[in-house]
Design a protein around this ligand. Structure first.
Ligand SMILES: [Zn+2]
Ligand SMILES: [Zn+2]
Length: 184
């Protein structure tokens, strides 16, 4: 347990950006939205850099819209995400709330300069995934299931069944999904 905690701390070895840096970057993302809003005649939006988002961004439709962008990404990816969310604002303006990630959406996004199709992997996201990772074991006798953060190193018996004098094996039925990706 101790060692796990140390490994996770290591993921944050790079110094996090200062408040001033975040404020300045948020202002420049806001300016980018405002310029695009002028060009595309969009309603105003408040752009927020958020350390609570592990990656990517989200738009909450207004007016005013609120666009939240993860501060855990590189500045290039923050811009990509701002453009992605602005493409949502344009689609919302043209075709309503249900446009989602349609092919028309991607045309608009491409026009704005979006090259990414998925939110980037970040150290923060990897940490959250590792924290939530669960190995699930099922008893072949009573069908009870148990989850653990780390896998058993060797075969285990179900304690409940063993207590009733019917030793029963636990089998691994689910391991953490490492490749799972969230959509931005
Ligand atoms: Zn059992
Ligand atoms: Zn999106």
């Amino acid at each position: 347990m101790k060692i796990e905690a140390l490994v996770q701390l290591d993921l944050f070895s790079e110094a996090p950006p200062t408040r001033e840096e975040l404020r300045a970057d948020q202002a420049s993302l806001q300016a980018l939205y405002d310029a695009l809003a002028g060009a595309y005649r969009l309603p105003p939006a408040r752009v927020e850099l958020s350390s609570r988002r592990a990656t990517g961004g989200v738009i909450q439709y207004g007016p005013p819209h609120v666009i939240r962008i993860s501060s855990h990404m590189s500045s290039t990816d923050r811009r990509q995400t701002l453009l992605h969310e602005t493409a949502h604002a344009i689609c919302h303006d043209r075709w309503g709330v249900d446009e989602g990630h349609s092919s028309r959406f991607w045309e608009v996004a491409h026009e704005l300069g979006v090259t990414r199709k998925t939110a980037p992997e970040t150290d923060r996201l990897a940490t959250i995934r590792a924290r939530n990772a669960r190995y699930t074991y099922r008893c072949v006798g009573c069908a009870g299931e148990w989850t653990r953060r780390s896998p058993f190193g060797r075969a285990r018996l179900c304690a409940a069944c063993e207590g009733k004098g019917r030793p029963s094996r636990l089998i691994l039925v689910r391991r953490p999904k490492r490749a799972a990706r969230r959509k931005g």
